[in-house]
Design a protein around this ligand. Structure first.
Ligand code: DSN
Length: 425
């Protein structure tokens, strides 16, 4: 936010201004290890907080239901063209409000209520909207779900194929929220083709890695690609859908008027800026560094006796099964948060515990990498994770308090050396 805009907020609503300042400080002074979070640049922040929020634009460029679209039409077209060029896609829709509505649009475009659909189950690493039972996608459709193998923690495409042949789904989702390994888009495409299903690749977590060349692309394999824009892609909270020519019209109709009203034009501006940033050569370095950092952190954790789902990581994400450490995910995540290490507790495949009190901890390196951290910092983070988890597993609360306080101090010293994008400039 510009100094003038901040001063105006401060004077109009000091209570909200103080909370925003407090959150800026919290983000500066902690290590953001949640794999779906990141820091946007000052440019993305500025574009998002603008008068574009004042405008209604139902429809698409050149076909709107409100007048006064002289600027908005240019802006949305710019975002669409940047998305198409960056991903190499035939068509892009930048209007979905976030990942879940983007995924719903894929269903609405190609399936009808009651149809059989297929996705990865949530506790195995999928997303709620891939057909999980508490989601609308699991109640309005007949959802069948694939798992990971118990022995490898990885997707078994033979199992996916068998299920698809038996169930003949209209649509197959690949991708998810807790998958530490490369997604075989070509393998999924072969299965989808064999059973006549539409393949949807949800690349929300890895979109930045894909455009940076650090993960294979789904373009050329998936019919429809959905993604949020605020994870590794480092844009504002929003989403996009990329399609082949064949699915362009059905997806556009599904987003508007099928599911949404007016697009959030301030978000579209932030997405356009983020796509411009992701097209720069430095973004490739960023994407590769995210993966290199995750590999170092995974190595450090393995050396310290942590049990990682699938044995490690190929991407930005690490999923730890804490069972062997004698502590559940939730108390570990809470102790780590007090120590300045922000993670999230998560189910692990075949988790015997409940989703709100699971066995796992999910971590990632996109945000720390945006602050310029590298191998030495990843090794320190691994040590802190080990020390706090060990203390959280013990029964001595004084000892836990002491470890948390010491690590908190060390984290503060580290974060002071690495500026926070968008906050420190
Ligand atoms: N909330 C996202 C994540 O953290 O992965 C998924 O919706």
């Amino acid at each position: 936010m510009t100094t003038n805009a901040r001063a105006a907020l401060q004077s109009a609503d000091p209570e909200v201004a103080a909370l925003i300042t407090a959150e800026e400080e919290r983000q500066q002074q902690t290590l953001k290890l949640i794999p779906s979070e990141n820091y946007v640049s000052a440019a993305v922040l500025e574009a998002t907080g603008t008068v574009l929020t004042n405008k209604y634009s139902e429809g698409y460029p050149g076909r709107r239901y409100y007048e006064g679209q002289q600027v908005i039409d240019q802006l949305e077209t710019l975002a669409v063209e940047r998305a198409k060029a960056l991903f190499g896609a035939d068509h892009a829709n930048v209007q979905p409000y976030s990942g879940s509505p983007a995924n719903l649009a894929a269903y609405l475009a190609v399936a009808s209520a009651g149809d059989t659909v297929m996705g990865m189950s949530l506790p195995m690493g999928g997303h709620l909207t891939h057909g999980w039972k508490v989601s609308a996608t699991g109640t309005w459709f007949r959802a069948v779900q694939y798992d990971v193998r118990r022995d490898t923690g990885r997707i078994d495409l033979d199992q996916v194929r068998e299920l698809a042949l038996a169930e003949r789904p209209k649509l197959i989702f690949c991708g998810g929220t807790a998958i530490p390994r490369t997604i075989d888009f070509a393998g999924f495409a072969a299965v989808a083709q064999e059973v006549g299903a539409v393949l949807v690749a949800d690349i929300a977590h890895i979109a930045g890695l894909v455009v940076g060349g650090a993960h294979p692309t789904p373009i050329g394999h998936a019919d429809i690609v959905t993604t949020t824009t605020h994870k590794t892609l480092r844009g504002p909270r929003g989403a996009m859908i990329l399609t082949t020519e064949e699915y362009a019209k059905p997806i556009d109709k599904a987003v508007f008027p099928g599911l949404q009203g007016g697009p959030h034009n301030h978000t579209t501006a932030g997405i356009a800026v983020a796509l411009g940033e992701a097209a720069q050569p430095e973004f490739k370095d960023y994407a590769h560094q995210v993966v290199a950092n995750a590999a170092v952190l995974a190595d450090e954790l393995l050396a310290r006796g942590f049990d990682l789902v699938s044995g490690g990581t190929d991407n930005h994400l690490i999923l730890i099964d804490l069972t062997s450490k004698g502590v559940a995910g939730k108390p570990a995540a809470k102790a780590l948060d007090l120590a300045g290490l922000e993670t999230n507790y998560n189910t692990v495949p075949y988790d015997p515990r409940k989703p709100f009190d699971p066995s796992g901890l999910r971590l990632g390196t996109p945000a720390l990498t945006s602050r310029g951290m590298g191998e030495p910092e990843m090794r320190e983070v691994g040590r802190w994770l080990d020390e706090v988890v060990a203390a959280a597993a013990g029964s001595d609360s004084d000892e836990l308090d002491a470890v948390v306080a010491r690590v908190r101090g060390e984290v503060t010293e580290l974060t002071g050396r690495f500026p926070t994008p968008g906050v420190d400039g």
